[in-house]
Design a protein around this ligand. Structure first.
Ligand SMILES: [Zn+2]
Ligand SMILES: [Zn+2]
Length: 286
């Protein structure tokens, strides 16, 4: 783990995954976040994808729904138990699936979430972030990188248009297994990115500047430096996400993500904080 001291403020709104593809007790994530001096830590467990979509090793949608009841209950307990030491938020990472918008909405209405992270991990039925093989199969099916990446951003815009996203998850995760991470952003891709940032601005979302890309094949923060700088110029606010799936990943590499936010020209990061019954946004100087 990175041992450089974390500059404050320290927050994360994407992470604390324990139910399906992560391990550890949520309480241990909270304790670790307190040890590191976090101001706020949001749990954003994956919304289980409904049939016919599926992730390897995830339970069925009905089983997962049942597990989710316990998850929400436990995070609410932690939120109250640790109130004086850390702002704990209960969130969810929703999955954009074009033919399942009503399932997503019903799911969100079923729980008292403080906020949502909106992400795209499926392009058609290609789950592209699990393996290079699956990713390459998707690129081939779409006839090359440009149409593949354009379709990804089209789905992100549809997600934004739903109006249910607070934090936009790992915006350029589509680079995860690109053959040429430094060079895949053609004019067409940049056009799709710009259109998507405009949609993000209209939707009023906060960008998840996500450290997990650093340990993936692309070896970069999501979003990459040029895209993040463009987001800054356009006025899209940014926040941090450790995308932790284990306790020892809480806060990991957030110093690098924070450096990326500063390098992009941001003077503040945006925190979501509970205030009474609502969640407010606060711009914290960095
Ligand atoms: Zn996950
Ligand atoms: Zn994700």
């Amino acid at each position: 783990m990175d041992s450089r001291p974390h500059p404050s403020p320290l927050v994360s709104y994407h992470g604390g995954h324990t139910l399906f593809d992560g391990t550890g007790e949520p309480e241990a994530f909270v304790v670790r976040a307190i040890e590191q001096g976090f101001t706020a830590f949001g749990f954003s467990e994956h919304m289980p994808p409904p049939d016919p979509y599926s992730y390897t090793d995830f339970p069925t949608f009905d089983e997962a729904r049942h597990l989710f009841d316990g998850y929400v209950e436990e995070i609410l307990r932690l939120k109250s138990a640790y109130r004086d030491e850390l702002q704990v938020l209960v969130g969810v990472e929703i999955e954009y699936l074009p033919d399942k918008e009503s399932v997503i909405t019903d799911f969100l209405n079923a729980y008292p979430f403080d906020y949502t992270v909106g992400s795209v991990h499926f392009i058609g039925n290609h789950t592209f972030d699990f393996s290079k093989e699956a990713y390459d199969a998707g690129v081939r099916a779409f006839g090359g990188m440009d149409p593949w990446v354009e379709e990804y951003y089209r789905l992100v815009r549809s997600l934004l248009d739903m109006g249910v996203t607070d934090v936009l998850g790992h915006l350029d995760i589509i680079k995860i297994f690109a053959d040429d991470v430094a060079g895949y952003r053609s004019e067409r891709v940049r056009g799709a990115e710009r259109e998507t940032l405009e949609a993000a601005l209209r939707a009023g979302v906060v960008l998840d500047v996500n450290a997990r890309g650093l340990i993936k094949a692309c070896a970069e923060v999501y979003p990459g430096s040029e895209l993040l700088a463009e987001a800054q110029r356009m006025g899209v606010p940014a926040t941090l996400g450790d995308d932790s799936h284990r306790v020892d990943q809480v806060g990991a590499r957030l110093d690098q993500a924070l450096d990326a936010i500063r390098a992009a020209g941001y003077l503040t990061l945006t925190a979501l904080l509970p205030e009474g019954e609502s969640i407010i946004r606060r711009a914290l100087p960095i």
